[in-house]
Design a protein around this ligand. Structure first.
Ligand code: SAM
Length: 292
């Protein structure tokens, strides 16, 4: 993990805490799919077959669990639960989702956040779930079907093409970008990746913003910590789009009781793996001004 030490001291990054938290055992976490069942009903059923559930305090519908592999359960196959990191679950909660709106999830596979967005919107409105990968799109389609997300449509193209037909058509956009993945626990990562990802990320954030209606909200997120993939990407959008404004998601996350640090771009948040027992994320929330 040599190169990662270069991040020490940047925007609250602590290499020693990173090294410790990234390799410690991870508790599995499940989200109850409220499109299909009530939370209490699913919990009772899981506890009756010996699952030991501990409620995650920041969500009404999510639990840490011990023992059994949740992917091998009937409840999983039936789409009553999804396996998802709680840091990932935070992101749809920050999107100002409402019933009946039109949402674009630009980099959606395998659909953890898409299916959660669908559940928050109570199956109403429309979600276009797009991904460029032929392999990963299969998992996305399966998860959407398994979870009964009837408001989701799958699109398979490079996200940079979406403004061709989606310009200013969406109330809400998520760009959960491909990245070098330093924040994912249980994986040892080496330096590198930012050079590969940063140009693509700049194009994806720009495409996502083009697709946003005036007045709409976009989230840009990664699970990595290099400024080249995070703050620099957000700054490139702010420089090229005079109608792009940062919404203070740092305060919003703190208000939900989770720990995070203010990023190098004021109002964007960095969640490190040692903060809340979650994977690490960078999150920016951007509003498109109504005026040009
Ligand atoms: C971090 S993952 C998305 C995870 C997903 N949002 C979830 O919560 O399950 C990034 C995704 O971006 C996709 N991707 C990579 N390049 C892309 C591009 N040019 N356009 C659209 N999607 C792309 C990858 O295939 C990958 O599935």
């Amino acid at each position: 993990m040599d190169g990662i030490q270069a991040l020490d001291g940047i925007a609250g990054f602590d290499f020693a805490l990173y090294e410790k938290s990234i390799l410690e055992p991870i508790k599995k976490t499940v989200r109850v799919n409220t499109l299909k069942a009530e939370v209490d009903e699913v919990c009772q059923s899981l506890e009756s077959i010996g699952w030991n559930l501990e409620k995650i305090p920041y969500f009404d519908y999510a639990f840490w669990m011990d023992g059994i592999s949740p992917g091998n359960s009937l409840e999983y196959v039936l789409g009553l639960i999804c396996i998802q990191d709680p840091g990932s679950m935070l992101i749809p909660e920050l999107m100002d989702l409402k019933k009946e709106i039109r949402v674009l999830d630009l980099c959606a596979a395998p659909g953890s956040k898409t299916t959660q967005i669908s559940q928050i919107m109570k199956g109403s409105g429309t979600i276009i779930a797009n991904d460029a990968s032929s392999e990963r799109i299969k998992g996305l389609a399966m998860n959407i079907q398994r979870c009964g997300c009837s408001n989701c449509l799958v699109s398979h193209t490079d996200g940079r093409n979406l403004p061709n037909w989606g310009k200013e058509k969406f109330d809400c956009v998520l760009v959960d970008s491909p990245c070098s993945g330093l924040g994912q626990r249980g994986l040892k990562r080496e330096r590198g990746g930012s050079e590969k990802y940063s140009p693509l990320q700049r194009e994806l954030i720009s495409a996502g913003f083009e697709c946003l209606k005036p007045g709409g909200v976009m989230i840009y997120s990664t699970c990595t910590f290099w400024p080249e993939e995070n703050e620099d990407v957000v700054n490139s959008l702010l420089e090229s789009s005079l109608n792009a404004y940062i919404v203070d998601v740092f305060k919003e996350i703190r208000g939900k009781g989770l720990d995070c640090v203010n990023s190098l771009v004021d109002g964007c948040a960095r969640i490190y793996p040692w903060h809340n027992r979650t994977d690490g994320f960078f999150i920016a929330k951007i509003r498109k001004d109504e005026r040009d």
